[in-house]
Ligand binder design. Sequence first.
Ligand SMILES: *Cc1c(COP(=O)(O)O)cnc(C)c1O
Length: 384
Amino acid sequence: MNIPFNVPYLTHKESEYIQQVLQSRKLAGIGVFTQKCQAFFEKHYGIQRALLTNSCTDALELCASLLDLKEGDEVIVPSYTFVSTASAFALRGAKIVFCDSRKDHPGMDEEQIEALITSRTRAIVPVHYAGVACNMEKILQLAKKHQLFVIEDASHAIDSFFTFSDGTKKALGSIGDLGTFSFHATKNISSGQGGLLAINNISFIERAEIMWQNGTNRASFLKGNVDKYSWQDLGSSYYPAEIIAAFLWAQLEKLEHIQQTRVKQWEYYSQELQALSVSLPYIPPYATNNGHIYYLLAPSLDTRDELIAQLAALGISSAFHYSPLHSSDYYRKKYDSSPLPQAERYGKQLLRLPLFVELSMEQQEFICASFKAICLRQAAQEIN
Ligand SMILES: *Cc1c(COP(=O)(O)O)cnc(C)c1O
């Protein structure tokens, strides 16, 4: 058997919608499909204004621009995340202050945030790892107390939710002042590359629309509010071509099917892989599971790498990530704060199993059987 780690899902409506764009000859962005995709996020997830971007990285950079960061401003970011979460803010001159992960979950440890806040702190950037919510109630309280912005990196977190202690349930990405989503080929919903900026704090809407369209007031012009458009502010070409939006729309139409399938596969792993030497993912009571990543924690770096090698020998691709950012080649020399043991631990011990819509039951059974056998062999070697 040869089981890849990820196969991007195709609904087979993508080419039909792309064909419609080609026929319309309206190839540049902000056309019908862009509007449809943005309206989908606004309607389903209670986002005040959604703007499609070329990537989640783009959306994060747009957030950093909207904050008007000055040299010396600080932004609190988890160390255990993809590079873009930090680099987007570093690129705009911010000092990155890294926060450790929780012991029971790779998401940022909300109990450690307050000690990192200084008079220069401007924002907290929680990443909802594997689509599992950070403790947004606590993070919003801290932000309010210290007058900080909250930017959710929801790139894993489409269609996942946080429940507040009063019972209110909110979609991830709709809770902070700003939120960002990714439609990279490795995410649940994909357009190959793509992203979205969610604006929940309405005071950002007007300026975000200007920055999104090269720093011009083209949006006002198209609405008929001004008779010509011109350079108003800093900005860039953040919106995707209409072909990308057409592709994305086909995927959004199938969101329910994609999510249900992935969650079922996730739950199957959870059932099958109990009582082994690895620890299984924890979902806090306030969070939902959107089946983005199935991860396990091996007892050590060696056992993790051995698991990957032995799975590979059976034709099963598994993967690890992330190298903690505070100890990365780029940041190590600048990092002058305390060690982040949980981020290091996830970097060394976390392992991800194949999870994609077209993964068959037969393949999943084979993965689980193989995984169990390898774990048992490893445990037996430990004893000898
Ligand atoms: C995928 C990812 C990104 C970047 O998304 P792109 O759309 O590829 O720019 C940012 N943050 C996290 C946590 C991610 O997993």
